[in-house]
Design a protein around this ligand. Structure first.
Ligand code: GLU
Ligand code: ZN
Length: 310
């Protein structure tokens, strides 16, 4: 018997959901629901300085406005510190984590110029054999990465390979304020919820090999991955929040319907003709293989047309 699909959407409540987030939510929902699977929601609010409770309230409203539903209890990362601590303890027992007192600036300086990796400077291993004594600075915990190339097949990108040691280096799994890092929390939570399909923006493609190493170290199975291309502005930058005209809340205030937004999001993904449509109406015949693999440039005129109801 085929296992049921369990997909998820895991936004960070650092603002209201914008078109890029909404597109990931829509595609994740379509992928899971079109195969009779479940779709979970998780609030990734570990970054207390940037997350706000009103944005958490807002994301439920934004998803409902679009016509996207979810199953079961919503995991809230800020309430799961003890679960992450257990996972870190498991890694500690295996000798896979070590304390690091380096600041961001020190890491950047120590990583020699050619060592700007796929995700910022590569950690040069300064504290690998014992944290440098820096009185008054609490240590972060880093994961001791395994050498060798991590490979996986992404549903949209095809085969992906990364040598984590050289591209990233040992990475932080607990920040120096004692909070679990995104990389750790995401794998622990996906596994705890039984998620077996991770669909998200392809800005996270280079994080996946790190997450696969953590899953392996924790003895957890890996989900399948689909990294969807980003929505870009005409200048090639990631679609930004401009005067609310790119958030669900802002568009709603301007009288745009959820179905009109879903129609545009679908068309930008290579699905349908751009006319207003409900997520449910897009289910029939949906397959990830139809989703376009190139980034989509969203022109201001399209946003204006959306607001004008054209
Ligand atoms: N919370 C992350 C974000 O909003 C997404 C994490 C994930 O999907 O793995 O960018
Ligand atoms: Zn260090």
């Amino acid at each position: 018997m085929a296992t049921a699909v369990v997909g998820r959407f895991a936004p960070s409540p650092t603002g209201r959901l914008h078109l890029g987030n909404l597109r990931s939510a829509l595609l994740g929902w379509l992928s899971a629901r079109s195969r009779g699977g479940s779709f979970l929601l998780r609030v990734e609010d570990l970054d207390v300085a940037r997350c706000r409770p009103e944005f958490t309230d807002g994301l439920f409203r934004d998803l409902e406005f679009l016509g996207l539903d979810w199953d079961g209890p919503v995991l809230v990362q800020s309430q799961r510190a003890s679960v992450y601590r257990d996972a870190l303890e498991q890694l500690r027992r295996q000798g896979r984590v070590y304390a690091c007192t380096c600041s961001r600036a020190e890491v950047a300086r120590a990583a020699s110029a050619p060592h700007v990796g796929e995700d910022g400077p590569v950690y040069p291993g300064t504290c690998r054999d014992g944290a440098v004594e820096r009185p008054g600075r609490p240590p972060a915990l880093r994961f001791r990465v395994a050498s060798g190339v991590v490979r996986f097949v992404d549903a949209l990108h095809g085969p992906v390979a990364q040598d984590v040691e050289h591209a990233v280096g040992d990475f932080v799994v607990q920040r120096n304020d004692g909070v679990a890092s995104y990389q750790l929390a995401v794998v622990v939570d996906d596994a705890a919820s039984g998620v077996n399909e991770v669909l998200r923006g392809d800005d996270l493609l280079t994080s996946t090999p790190r997450q696969l190493q953590l899953l392996e170290a924790l003895g957890l199975g890996a989900p399948s991955y689909a990294h969807v291309p980003l929505l870009l502005q005409a200048d090639g930058k990631r679609l930004a929040k401009r005067d609310g005209a790119t958030t669900a809340a802002g568009l709603r205030e301007r009288g745009v319907t959820g179905a009109a937004i879903v129609g545009r999001l679908a068309a930008w993904s290579g699905l349908g003709d751009g006319q207003p449509v409900t997520p449910r109406e897009l289910l029939k015949g949906f397959s990830l293989s139809q989703v376009r693999r190139e980034p989509t440039v969203v022109h201001d005129a399209e946003l204006e047309a959306l607001v004008a109801g054209r």
